[in-house]
Write a protein that binds this ligand. Structure first.
Ligand code: FUB
Length: 447
């Protein structure tokens, strides 16, 4: 496991170990599709257990629907640098799962007595007890596995989207959805129900509810869940003084997707004294919302314990080291005119995005950490059909000019220019077009 490691040390370690880094902004995994993120803090590190969407194809899933054959786990010590630890559970290695069902839907993972219990829904081989999803468990000694699947799914549970909550008194509860949302006590072995499931019946009765995620804060139990109140899912919550209710519906955690991604699915986690909402959107597949990507944004509570509605951002969370590639297209602010975001390569969204600046355009990216050592040079990866000029400024569009970068006429190129000034600490970085000739920017970095 990697701890207290420099950025360059991290890169070397990743090359040596074969682990793949992920990005810091939203979405924070851009090497594959990911959905339904459950984030857990184990040993001071955040581990995210998402679903893994893949495109369906002939003999692979159902065209036009979800297609998932395995799970990866990702981890980070700072919510900025993410490591993909690879596949932890796969459909054809779980004894009870139909091996060609491609239905490895939303999972969860909790730690108990030195073991890690990974809960996941899928289609069973044996449908004698009825069709539909069952929920199984795989157990490991480390959060990254290897996970050993149990031979059979959990008895008495039919449905999807398992979530496990362990109360302060040590009692564990399993929640899941199947039309309604259900909850039941788990035995201490974490593998069996200890009592009959309870329908959490005080939730909205109209519109699909799924994806329960329960947590406790200051004695209040929060049951959070995606719900189709209108046309697509939004994240809502209800509270109670006990883990199995009765719950009182309180409000909306996140509104419906503005661009129509039908599902949302989330988890809420506290890390280093800040609460975060992990959720998904279809950033890397805007035309097909069954290939999704996971995101993080900060979440805050009102003094009365209400959850303040989270507005989704592209910037996400955490600081970005000025010596990394700063992806301005994951912006904090964009000028009202003269700035647009586009894929670098529409045939391959995994290559990421670019910012296109035309007259009057600027883009602002908050939270760039310049560190204690002054950089001397700015590096801009940019393209300009006729050649153009970009000013890099600190703090805002009128802030001090760090560098003026002349982008020669031509395709993508890395242009290095000396810095005109330096301010230590953490700043917003602004790239503003100077003049009338448009420029496309991939990233900016400092050396
Ligand atoms: O990822 C497949 C399903 O879509 C999940 O199980 C639901 O919660 C929804 O996100």
């Amino acid at each position: 496991m990697m701890r207290s490691i420099t950025f360059y040390g991290l890169l070397v370690a990743l090359v040596v170990t074969g682990l793949r880094p992920a990005q810091a902004q939203n979405p924070f995994v851009t090497s594959q599709f990911t959905a339904d993120p459950t984030a857990r803090v184990f040993g001071g590190r955040v581990y995210v257990y998402p679903s893994h969407d893949i495109p369906c194809g002939p003999g692979r899933g159902r065209i036009g629907w979800f297609c998932m054959e395995d799970y990866h786990v990702f981890s980070s010590a700072n919510l900025t640098d993410w490591t993909d630890h690879g596949v932890i559970v796969t459909q054809n290695k779980v004894p009870w799962v139909q091996p060609d069902s491609y239905n490895m839907w939303a999972p969860d993972c909790v730690a108990r007595n030195g073991k890690y219990y990974f809960y996941f829904p899928s289609t069973p081989r044996d449908t004698t007890g009825g069709k539909g999803f069952r929920i199984g468990v795989a157990v490991a000694d480390q959060p990254t596995g290897p996970f050993v699947p149990q031979p059979a799914p959990i008895a008495g549970v039919r449905g999807i989207d398992p979530n496990v909550f362990i109360d302060r008194d040590g009692q564990a509860y399993l929640y899941w959805s199947q039309g309604n949302i259900y909850g039941a006590k788990l035995k201490a072995n974490m593998l069996e129900l200890a009592a009959e499931p309870k329908t959490l019946g005080e939730l909205p009765t109209q519109g699909l509810k799924e994806g329960p995620y329960v947590f406790e804060r200051s004695g209040t139990y929060y049951l959070t869940y995606p719900h189709v109140a209108n046309k697509t899912e939004r994240l809502e919550y209800a509270t109670s003084t006990s883990p199995l209710g009765p719950f009182t519906v309180k409000g909306v955690v996140m509104d419906e997707s503005p661009t129509g991604c039908w599902t949302n699915h989330h988890s809420i986690t506290q890390f280093q004294n800040q609460w975060y909402l992990f959720y998904h959107h279809n950033d890397l597949s805007p035309k097909f919302d069954k290939n999704r990507s996971i995101r993080i944004d900060s979440l805050t509570f009102g003094p009365d314990g209400t959850i303040k509605k989270v507005r989704p951002t592209l910037r996400g969370v955490g600081l970005t080291n000025a010596r990394q590639k700063i992806q301005l297209d994951r912006y904090s602010r964009l000028s009202p005119r003269g700035a647009t975001i586009a894929f670098l390569d529409t045939a391959n969204p995994f290559r990421g995005w670019q910012t296109r600046l035309t007259p009057g355009g600027w883009v602002q990216y908050n939270g760039v950490d310049f560190g204690p050592r002054p950089p001397r040079t700015a590096v801009l990866r940019a393209a300009a059909v006729t050649g153009g000029t970009v000013q890099l400024r600190l703090d805002n569009a009128q802030g001090p000019v760090l560098a003026t970068v002349a982008v020669p006429k031509g395709g993508w190129q890395e242009i290095k220019v000396p810095l005109a000034t330096y301010r230590p600490g953490t700043h917003a970085l602004v790239a503003a077009l100077s003049g009338s000739a448009g420029v496309e920017i991939d990233w900016v970095s400092f050396e």
